[in-house]
Ligand binder design. Structure first.
Ligand code: PMP
Length: 392
């Protein structure tokens, strides 16, 4: 097979999408004016397809912190921390995050994707075993593949199936790493983390990694995520997450009590061989973390908005994800139907994510809404009104 031949199936898929009228999924925002509003093709839209859970992308303190950092430290670090050195702010952010999570140490990465890639590929190697939830994010799949360890999948959110897979490993279970997410990115459902932690406890030596990308700032009394909400933080060996959702920037982290975490930094190729986060990112993330920790009312507003929209869409008769959550997935029978619905919502000034197979876990087509604390009650109503035109 010649080099470019492997792209033929992709070309065919894109052609089929275009022929079925699904050509308009390439969205460009001319202008973004707030955490919840933008202009697309010259028309104002409500943004309901971001992961801007706390609405902090336009927070004045975060913006000011970023501007000040650019003025005093420049626009970029232009290199890796291992080769070029850390900025004091990198270490300050790691200390802030460690204090926030109550963990001994933290490593900051350039994105959440790189955090999963780096941690998972470094933690395990040939001879070890990953046991991961089947619905895990692509960055988890890529990280475990890069490790060279053997990969076993258990049925989504099924602790009994996890137990079965670990039992089958026999003595190798002591070299097993279980990986799950706090809230799953497509359906918005939470991991049964107390039950998963209980299973892990039955296998001495096994480790538990939780990706809290969609649950940081969203779940838990202090916003630390699903592990806090489920009361099992002490059972989680490595918490991984991103700055690109509730913290409104870009970057990733891993927090752990294991003293080996700092050593892992120096064996971690995706950490070593990429440039470190820029001063503006570090500064706005530190400011956002302070807000996340000190303003629980944002979390309350997020949940109020989420429950209101979920309830409205449920009453309209849409097929939704299993539980109210800031990620509200609306299922459609066919991709053409999902696309037509997405177009109609755009005509009514509402932008959500169109997710088509193969990107969906079960091959279905869906519109994925993500709710923000930044949405006003009127905006939530208008999103509901737009969906009502579909139901009608
Ligand atoms: N983990 C999960 C569960 C995610 O949904 C995402 C992003 N969608 C990531 C990791 C990667 O985060 P980032 O955007 O910071 O690379």
């Amino acid at each position: 097979m010649a080099i470019f031949d492997k792209f033929r199936p992709l070309a065919r898929m894109r052609r089929e999408l275009a022929e079925s009228g699904i050509a308009s999924i390439h969205v460009v925002m001319d202008r973004v004016v707030s955490a919840t509003e933008a202009f697309i093709n010259g028309r104002p839209v409500i943004l309901a397809g971001t992961n801007n859970y706390l609405g902090l992308t336009f927070d004045p303190d975060c913006i000011e912190a970023a501007c000040e950092a650019v003025r005093t430290l420049g626009t970029g670090t232009t290199g890796s921390r291992v080769a070029n050195g850390s900025y004091a702010a990198h270490e300050q952010l790691e200390r802030d995050l460690a204090a926030f999570f109550g963990k001994r140490g933290v490593i900051v990465f350039s994105t959440g994707y790189v955090a999963n890639l780096g941690m998972l590929s470094t933690l395990a190697g040939p001879g070890d075993a990953f046991v991961i939830d089947a619905d895990c994010h692509a960055s988890i799949y890529d990280g475990v593949r890069l490790s060279g360890a053997e990969i076993f999948r258990f049925r989504h959110n099924d602790p009994e199936d996890l137990d079965k897979r670990l039992r089958r490993l026999g003595g190798r279970a002591e070299n097993a790493i279980v990986v799950v997410e706090g809230i799953y990115s497509m359906w918005g459902d939470r991991a049964p983390l107390a039950e998963i932690a209980a299973v892990k406890r039955r296998y001495p030596g096994a480790l538990l990694v939780v990706d809290e990308a969609h649950s940081l700032g969203v779940l838990g009394e202090r916003g630390r995520g699903r592990a806090e909400e489920a009361g099992v933080e002490a059972e989680v060996d490595f918490v991984i997450g991103t700055f690109s959702k509730s913290l409104g920037a870009i970057g990733g982290y891993c927090a752990s009590d294991h003293p080996e975490l700092d050593l892992i930094r120096y064996a971690n190729r995706p950490y070593i061989f990429t440039a470190s986060p820029s001063p503006a990112i570090i500064a706005s993330t530190r400011a956002a973390l302070r807000i996340l920790a000190s303003r629980p009312e944002l979390r309350e507003r997020l949940w109020e908005n989420s429950r209101r929209l979920y309830g409205r869409l449920e009453r309209l008769g849409f097929r939704l994800g299993p539980e109210p959550s800031p990620i509200i997935a609306v299922r459609f029978a066919a991709r053409e139907e999902a696309h037509a619905a997405w177009m109609r919502l755009m005509e009514h000034g509402v932008y959500v994510n169109l997710v088509l197979p193969p990107a969906t876990p079960d091959g279905g087509s869906l519109l994925r809404c993500s709710v923000s604390a930044g949405h006003s009650p009127e905006q939530i109503e208008r999103i509901g009104d737009a969906f009502q035109t579909l139901a009608a």
